[in-house]
Design a protein around this ligand. Structure first.
Ligand code: SF4
Length: 442
C-alpha cells in the first residue's frame, strides 16, 4: 500500500467539466490538419470562430463519452467514480452553455435530463498511480450512421472493406463529412463497438495495411481511418464502424494528486483565420418570405444567401405541430431544422447549425400541404418528401453541417415563439441576413 495515491473525486469532477468545455470549443491540431486536405474552408473558418469565441464548434455538443484509465495504485476519495463523472458533465455543460441533449427513457417519455447526464463511461484498470481521462463529445448525426456486423471468418479482409464502404456510402451527408472512420475488429459484438469508438481517439494517420486499403476506397469523404483489433472466437469476425463527423471532439488529461486545473479553457494550438478564402459572390440573394418566382429561378446546387424571417423546429416541435396544430402561420414559411446551444448573456442565440433533416420526413409532407415553402437542414430526404416538395413547389436547402459558429453570425435576432418547455427544441423566430445555403432539391 506504500505507493497508493489519493485523488479526490471533486478533482475528477472538475477535470471532466473542464474537458467537456475544452472538447466542445477547440478542434485538436491533428484533426484540423487532416481536414485541410478537403476543400472545406467554411468548416475551417468555423473551427477558428469556435476557438476565438470559446463557443462550441457544433451546436450538438453530443452525448458525453468518458474513457477513464485508473491506475491500480489510486484511491479515489469522496464520491464514487460514476457520480463524480456525472457531476463533472453536469457542471461543464452548465458552465460552458453547452447543449444538453440526453433524454431519459429512450422509448416512451424521452424527457431531457437537463444535465446531459448520464455519461457513457468506459473504465480500465491500468498500472500506475494516475487517472487518465479522455472526454469525447459524440453528436447524433454521425453516431446514428454507425453500424455493427457479425461477419464470418471467411468474409475476411474483403468482407470488412465492403462493410465499411457500404456503411460510409449509406451515411451520405447525414454524418457531416468529411468523416473520421473508427473501426473495431474482433472481441465480441459489444467489444467491437467499444474498439471502434476507441479507434477514433487515435491520430488519423492511417498507418496499417488494412487502414490504407480502406482509406483508398473512401478518401473522397473520409479524412482518416483508424482500426483497433482484439482477439476473437474461432467462429466469429465482429466488425463495428463508428463514424465521426468533421467535429471530432476529444480532450484528455492525466490526473495526479497534485493536479491543478487551468482557470479557463485553453486550446492546445492557435487555429488560424481563413476568412479571406470564403467567397459567396456566386450565391443568389433571396429575401424571405419565398415567392414562387424565387423558387422557379433555382436549381439544385445553387448557392443562396437568405435574408428575412425563418422559424426553427426539430423533432419534438414537429410532433407537436401534427398533434396540436402549428403555432405560427406556415404559409410561405421557411423552417430551419436546428436546436441551438443555450445563449450566453451577450449572444443573440447560441451556436445553431443544421440538424439531420430525415428525422422530420414523416411530418414534412403534411406541412408542405399546409403551405410550408422551404426547409433548411442537412442530409438526404425520403422519396415521399421529395415528391411532396415538387408537388407543392417548395425547396429544400442544406446548410453546412457542423458549421454552427459560422452560421450563427448570420442570425440577427432570435425570439422563442412556442414550446418554451422544449428548451433547445423550442420554436424560435429568427431574422437572418445572408444566411448561406445550397439548393438540395426543388
Ligand atoms: S457536425 Fe454534424 S454530426 Fe457532428 S455533432 Fe454537429 S451536427 Fe452532429
Amino acid at each position: 500500500m506504500n505507493n497508493v495515491t489519493t485523488i479526490k473525486s471533486s478533482l475528477i469532477a472538475d477535470a471532466i467539466s473542464y474537458l467537456c468545455q475544452k472538447a466542445a470549443c477547440f478542434l485538436r491540431e491533428e484533426i484540423y490538419n487532416a481536414l485541410q486536405r478537403f476543400n472545406c474552408e467554411e468548416i475551417l473558418l468555423n473551427a477558428h470562430l469556435a476557438y476565438k469565441t470559446k463557443r462550441p464548434i457544433c451546436q450538438d455538443t453530443g452525448i458525453t463519452v468518458v474513457f477513464v484509465d485508473i491506475g491500480q495504485d489510486v484511491h479515489i476519495e469522496g464520491d464514487e467514480l460514476e457520480l463524480a463523472i456525472n457531476k463533472g458533465v453536469e457542471k461543464g455543460y452548465e458552465q460552458g452553455y453547452l447543449r444538453k441533449s440526453i433524454v431519459d427513457d429512450p422509448v416512451y417519455a424521452r424527457k431531457n435530463t437537463e444535465t446531459n447526464t448520464p455519461a457513457v463511461i468506459h473504465t480500465r484498470i491500468v498500472p500506475g498511480n494516475t487517472i487518465k481521462i479522455t472526454v469525447a463529445l459524440k453528436g447524433a448525426g454521425s453516431e446514428n450512421m454507425s453500424a455493427v456486423k457479425m461477419l464470418n471468418p471467411s468474409d475476411g479482409v474483403e468482407g470488412i472493406i465492403n462493410f465499411v464502404v457500404e456503411t460510409v456510402e449509406n451515411s451520405a451527408s447525414n454524418s457531416c463529412p468529411p468523416v473520421y472512420i473508427g473501426i473495431g475488429v474482433g472481441g465480441t459484438m459489444e467489444q467491437a463497438a467499444i474498439l471502434a469508438k476507441r479507434a477514433l481517439l487515435k491520430t488519423p494517420l492511417t498507418e496499417s495495411e488494412l487502414e490504407k486499403q480502406i482509406y483508398e476506397k473512401v478518401k473522397d469523404i473520409a479524412f482518416g481511418v483508424s482500426i483497433e483489433t482484439q482477439a476473437c472466437h474461432i467462429a466469429g469476425l465482429p466488425v463495428a464502424i463508428n463514424l465521426n463527423c468533421h467535429a471530432t471532439r476529444h480532450a484528455e488529461m492525466v490526473l495526479t494528486e497534485n493536479t491543478v486545473l487551468p482557470e479557463e479553457i485553453k486550446p492546445d494550438f492557435d487555429i488560424p483565420c481563413n476568412e479571406h478564402k470564403i467567397d459567396y459572390s456566386s450565391y443568389k440573394k433571396i429575401n424571405l418570405p419565398l415567392k414562387d418566382e424565387d423558387i422557379e429561378g433555382l436549381k439544385a446546387g445553387d448557392g443562396v444567401l437568405l435574408s428575412g424571417e425563418v422559424c426553427t423546429a426539430r423533432d419534438a416541435a414537429h410532433k407537436k405541430f401534427i398533434e396540436q396544430g402549428i403555432p405560427f402561420d406556415i404559409k410561405g414559411q421557411v423552417i430551419y431544422y436546428t436546436g441551438p446551444c443555450p445563449a450566453m448573456e451577450d449572444e443573440i442565440i447560441g451556436p445553431a447549425g443544421p440538424t439531420t433533416s430525415s428525422r422530420m420526413d414523416s411530418y414534412t409532407p403534411q406541412l408542405l400541404e399546409l403551405g410550408l415553402k422551404g426547409m433548411i437542414g442537412k442530409g438526404i430526404r425520403n422519396q415521399e418528401v421529395l415528391n411532396s416538395i415538387k408537388q407543392n413547389k417548395a425547396v429544400y436547402f442544406t446548410a453546412i453541417g457542423g458549421a454552427a459558429c459560422l452560421l450563427t453570425q448570420k442570425i440577427k435576432s432570435a425570439k422563442i415563439i412556442a414550446y418554451h418547455e422544449l428548451g433547445t427544441e423550442a420554436v424560435f423566430k429568427l431574422q437572418v441576413e445572408d444566411f448561406p445555403v445550397i439548393v438540395n432539391f426543388i
